[in-house]
Structure formats: structure tokens, C-alpha cells
Design a binder for this molecule. Structure first.
Ligand code: SF4
Ligand code: SF4
Ligand code: FES
Length: 594
């Protein structure tokens, strides 16, 4: 392995790596704009200029020293770009000397000549590389007295993306992403010199299912999301690590929240799952069901047939009373591939040990058209594997399957249905017979047709309000934490909330936002089980997970801590996790999670 010295630090670098890669592997961040670890090297921004040389040796190979005894380094006459210069044994790299600093200052001054002072109205402000580097690597003043070049400021490059020509620093990241990752070469540079800008090729638009990733990797605010533009400042949000629930890939995400409302979802790097990316569907469809149309209190159907708000204990007692009136094998329990492993595990345990029924299954959400050869899978739910592994699958119990449920209801064999976080009324043959069910108990976070027919409705928390795990298409178990506060998890959230939310007074505008009276589904199941004399005492999601690691084979040896440390673990392989990788984030998330 080549040995190189960066800023006096001796490091080993894998052959073939560039200086910027070798430095990053060793925790040294060389400033850069156009380089991105997943894209080809363009070498056009020059921000990564470093002083490169080699140790001077005498004819006999011995190292030469100056009069003060310092090793003499032969620096190359011109500075080199770290992103395109491969490491070589004995290389000396300096990223901090006055010469390097003056090169960085010069590049910054050049880039800022035509860059508008848009920060006060720019979505990128607070997470912008150009802004950060202006503090770290710039003189802070301009010698440019002339008129800045003006370019188009609101150009639609695709259905989700707006382009601001004046903010663009021509790094070409977006062009390379479109060509190399999204495989939709729809954008390019046009013009030359200070007139250069980005345009769609004639007759095209950048409408790839992955188009919005260019917004994240654009190092400035030139590419903004039509969905997110001007909604909030970056520093007003708190960010929590989460998992996308749009399909079974389980892309790692960061959820940005303000006023207890999800404002933005972005990919979080996990080289074993989604690398640096996520799809537009995952980004745009996740938060509507968290922010809107919620059931925020438990409800019981009263004697006049109306669903009315109820106390949690009354709702548990009512559900228990109704279920007690039905024979064991006349009860069907429906889990959910959209709920966590913890929820499904406890539901399966409830079915087996309390309700004593083996009629247990879940609804599949396959969509062949959604899947592709990159990230998106045909299973549009995050946890089908997990649901099966923790015990929600009819074949494991030889009971009634979801496919036969409608017939069994019609024939009077199933009289009670307990549904966790699924809208089974969307399945036409089940919807047609649902009225015949004597007892319908539903966990739901949104108002839906199944909940409207239920006798007891439990207000369940969405994934964004829950802590738990999902098991993805490759059987990787991944842990996530709540981003949105409910009455149940408020104390738990503690310091995870953003500064604005946390330190504002109750009458400050930014502390507004509903604290819903919803609960995680496993806790609801525990409530009903205990109302039927189960005496379970799981105090948090982690304690449920801990029990799972003793009963679910593939989860042996796992813990939330290890899942966080390794970015998830494959079922059955907790003893031999994959090597941890260096995490590269393109822009800054402020404020950080804790
Ligand atoms: S729009 Fe952004 S990503 Fe694209 S070239 Fe300009 S600065 Fe780079
Ligand atoms: S590929 Fe699937 S998991 Fe990833 S962002 Fe898209 S919908 Fe979400
Ligand atoms: S990062 Fe090296 S030239 Fe842009």
C-alpha cells in the first residue's frame, strides 16, 4: 500500500485512490465542490488545490535535510487538484500551508465574482458548501467592482426541480448525476466563459424517478426543490435519522421537522443500502400521511353508532370485552408490512398467546411497475420480510390467509377482525363483507374506510413518531427514531428537538404544531393484551426488540446500539457485520441531531 504524508500525518492509502479519497478515509476533509465520491471526476472547480511533492533523496537513496534538520520536500511547481491526482508512495501533500490557503482564497474569490448575495432568501443557506467555505477558506471581501453577470433565475429543469442560473458555480455534479446515476442525460452546459449555464437538451425534461438527488448534491442553492422552496430555513428544522417506508429498499433518510410537522425528507448515506440516494416517490409521498388527515385520539363506537373520542384505558377495556365475546378461531388478526418489527412481533404474540388464534396474516403491497434495477423494489412497503420473520404469516400457523378472509367472513367462520395499520377496506372483496363482521378493532393513523367501520379505533403513531426497526428486501434490520413528537414520546424526544422548538415559549409561532394522542402500535397491543390479563411490561421499543433477539432466530446478537453502529445488520449475521465505511455527506445538516 502506498504510504503518503498529508499535513505531516503519515497515512496508508489504497493504490489507485486519489488524494481527496485517501484524505477522507483518514478523516481529513479537503475542500471541494465538483468532486463527489459516487460520480466521475470532473476536476473543474479547483477548490481542492493542494501542494504536492515528494521527499528529496540523495543519490544513495538517503533522505536529505535542510540546515535546520527538516526533511526537504520537492514540491511540484504548480499546485495539483486533490480529486484527480492519484496517490503515490512517498508523496507529501500539504492542505494547510499559506500557499494552499492562498490558492483556496483565490478560487473562492473567483467563484464569488458572479455569485449573487442571495443567502437571505436561498433554501441552501445554512447547509451550503459555498457559504461554509466562505467562512473557512475565503478572505471575506471582493475586489470586483463591475456589474455581476445576470442569468435566468427560475428555470424548471424537471417537474420537481427549479434552477437558478446566477447561483450555479458550474461544478457539473448535476449533469454527471443525470448521466451516470439516473441514466437520463437530460441536462448540459450551454455557452462559454461567464455566460455558461445549465439547460435541458432540446425537447427533454429531467423527470427521472431519482431527479431530486441533484438538489442534495448541488453544492450551492442553484437547484431547489419545487416542493420545499421557501417553506422554512434549514436551521429552523431538527433532523432525525429515519428509514423511508415507500418500498422495501429501506433507504436511509434524514427527516427535517419544524413546528412538529415534517418539512423535508432527504437521503442519508448508507453504502450498504441506498449509497447517497433515494427516489422522488420516497421523498415526496412520505410526509403527507404524517402531517395530514390524522386520527389523533382513540375512539369507541357508542350506542347510537357514532365513533366518539375515548380514554385509552376505556378503549383497551372495550376492545378486550368485544374480543372476549368471540371464540378463538373466529378471530382474524392482520399485521402490517408498514409497521415495525416490534409492532408485528407483539401482535403475533398477542394472537398466539392471548387470543389463541392462528388466523394471522398481512396485506402485500406489490406493484411491478414501481420496481426498477436501481433502488425501487416492487414491494411498496418497508417491512414485509420483518413481518414474516417475527411471526405474521399465515403459513406459519396454518390459519386463515388474507386471500380467504372475505370467504371466511361470508361463511360466518370469522366473526372478529383485529387490524393493525392496514386499510383492508381497500381490498374489494373484503370491503364487500366487512359489514358482516361482529367485532372490528382497528389501529389507524389516518382516517380511512376500515377505521370508519370499526367498533374501536386506536390512534396509532406513524413511523415518523415511532422508534423501531424495519427489515428490508435484503433482510437488513435497520433502526430508526421518532422525528415528530406525540403525547406518548414527548419526554423521549428531549434534546433531539431543534433549538427553536425546544426553547421557544408556548405562544411562539414556531412552537406550534399538534401533539397527537397517538401511540406506537406495539404499545396499543400491550394495552389490549393487559386488559385481557396478559400482564406484559414492555416499557419501550427497545425492550420489545430485546425479547425478539431471544425468540427470532435471525435477530440473535442484535441490539439498537449495534444496528446504529453498523448502519443495520443482515438477519442471521449479527456476529459478522459488514465493515464500517466512511460516511460522506454532501452538504451540512444544521443543527445536527444532538
Ligand atoms: S446547478 Fe448546482 S450541481 Fe449543477 S452545475 Fe450548477 S452548481 Fe453544480
Ligand atoms: S427506493 Fe424505496 S425506500 Fe428508497 S426512497 Fe424510494 S420508495 Fe423509499
Ligand atoms: S473538487 Fe477537485 S477540482 Fe473540484
Amino acid at each position: 500500500m502506498p504510504q503518503i504524508i498529508i499535513d505531516g500525518q503519515r497515512i496508508e492509502a489504497a493504490a489507485g485512490k486519489t488524494i481527496i479519497e485517501a484524505a477522507l478515509d483518514n478523516g481529513i476533509n479537503i475542500p471541494h465542490f465538483c468532486w463527489h465520491p459516487a460520480l466521475s471526476v470532473a476536476g473543474n472547480c479547483r477548490m481542492c488545490l493542494v501542494n504536492v511533492g515528494s521527499i528529496k533523496r540523495a543519490a544513495d537513496g538517503s533522505i536529505e535535510h535542510d540546515a535546520d534538520g527538516n526533511v526537504i520536500v520537492n514540491y511540484m511547481p504548480k499546485m495539483q487538484i486533490g480529486c484527480a491526482t492519484p496517490v503515490a508512495d512517498g508523496m507529501v501533500v500539504d492542505t494547510q500551508s499559506p500557499k494552499t490557503e492562498s490558492a483556496q482564497n483565490a478560487v473562492m474569490e473567483f467563484l464569488l465574482i458572479n455569485h449573487p448575495l442571495d443567502c437571505p432568501i436561498c433554501d441552501e443557506a445554512g447547509q451550503c458548501k459555498l457559504q461554509e467555505y466562505s467562512f473557512e477558506h475565503s478572505k471575506g471581501k471582493s475586489r470586483f467592482d463591475e456589474q455581476k453577470v445576470h442569468k435566468p433565475k427560475r428555470v424548471e429543469l424537471g417537474p420537481e426541480i427549479m434552477f437558478d442560473g446566477e447561483r450555479c458555480i458550474s461544478c457539473s455534479r448535476c449533469i454527471r448525476f443525470a448521466d451516470e446515476v439516473a441514466k437520463q442525460p437530460a441536462i448540459t452546459f450551454v455557452q462559454r466563459g461567464d455566460k455558461v449555464t445549465i439547460e435541458n437538451f432540446p425537447g427533454t425534461t429531467f423527470d427521472s424517478p431519482y431527479s431530486m438527488n441533484v438538489i442534495d448534491i448541488c453544492p450551492v442553492g442553484a437547484l431547489t426543490s419545487k416542493d420545499f422552496r421557501f417553506k422554512t430555513r434549514v436551521w429552523e428544522m431538527s433532523f432525525n435519522d429515519s428509514i423511508c417506508t415507500g418500498c422495501s429498499r429501506g433507504c436511509n433518510t434524514k427527516v427535517g421537522v419544524r413546528d412538529n410537522t415534517i418539512m423535508r425528507i432527504e437521503p442519508r448515506t448508507n453504502m450498504h443500502v441506498n449509497e447517497y440516494w433515494m427516489c422522488d416517490h420516497g421523498r415526496l409521498t412520505q410526509y403527507d400521511f404524517v402531517n395530514e388527515n390524522r386520527i389523533s385520539e382513540p375512539m369507541i363506537r357508542n350506542s347510537s353508532g357514532q365513533l366518539v373520542n375515548a380514554d385509552w384505558n376505556d378503549a383497551y377495556a372495550k376492545a378486550a370485552e368485544l374480543l372476549r365475546g368471540i371464540k378463538h378461531q373466529e378471530i382474524m388478526v392482520i399485521g402490517s408490512s408498514r409497521s415495525t418489527n416490534e409492532d408485528n412481533y407483539l401482535l403475533a404474540k398477542f394472537a398466539k398467546s392471548v387470543l389463541k388464534t392462528n388466523n394471522i396474516d398481512f396485506v402485500r403491497h406489490f406493484n411491478e411497475e414501481f420496481g426498477d434495477s436501481f433502488l425501487r423494489t416492487r414491494d411498496m412497503s418497508p417491512n414485509a420480510h420483518g413481518a414474516m420473520e417475527v411471526g405474521i404469516a399465515h403459513h406459519a400457523h396454518q390459519g386463515t390467509s388474507i386471500d380467504h378472509l372475505a370467504d371466511k367472513i361470508s361463511q360466518g367462520f370469522i366473526k372478529a377482525v383485529y387490524v393493525m395499520d392496514e386499510d383492508i377496506a381497500q381490498i374489494p372483496n373484503i370491503a364487500a363483507v366487512l359489514e358482516k363482521v361482529q367485532v372490528l378493532i382497528v389501529h389507524a393513523h389516518n382516517i380511512n374506510a376500515t377505521a370508519q367501520k370499526a367498533h374501536v379505533v386506536f390512534a396509532s403513531s406513524t413511523y415518523a413518531e415511532s422508534e423501531g426497526t424495519f427489515t428490508n428486501v435484503n433482510k437488513r434490520v435497520q433502526h430508526f427514531t421518532p422525528a415528530v413528537v406525540t403525547k406518548e414520546n414527548e419526554r423521549y424526544m428531549g434534546m433531539k428537538m431543534s433549538r427553536w422548538d425546544k426553547f421557544g415559549a408556548f405562544n411562539d409561532r414556531w412552537t406550534q404544531g399538534e401533539r397527537r394522542n397517538s401511540r406506537m402500535s406495539w404499545r396499543i397491543v400491550q394495552g389490549v393484551a393487559n386488559a385481557m390479563n396478559a400482564q406484559w411490561h414492555f416499557k419501550d421499543s427497545e425492550s420489545v426488540f430485546e425479547e425478539m433477539t431471544h425468540h427470532v432466530d435471525g435477530m440473535k446478537g442484535m441490539s439498537y446500539e449495534l444496528l446504529d453502529e453498523y448502519g443495520g445488520m443482515i438477519m442471521g449475521r449479527a456476529g459478522s457485520p459488514e465493515v464500517k465505511t466512511v460516511v460522506y455527506e454532501s452538504h451540512y445538516f444544521k443543527p445536527q441531531v444532538s
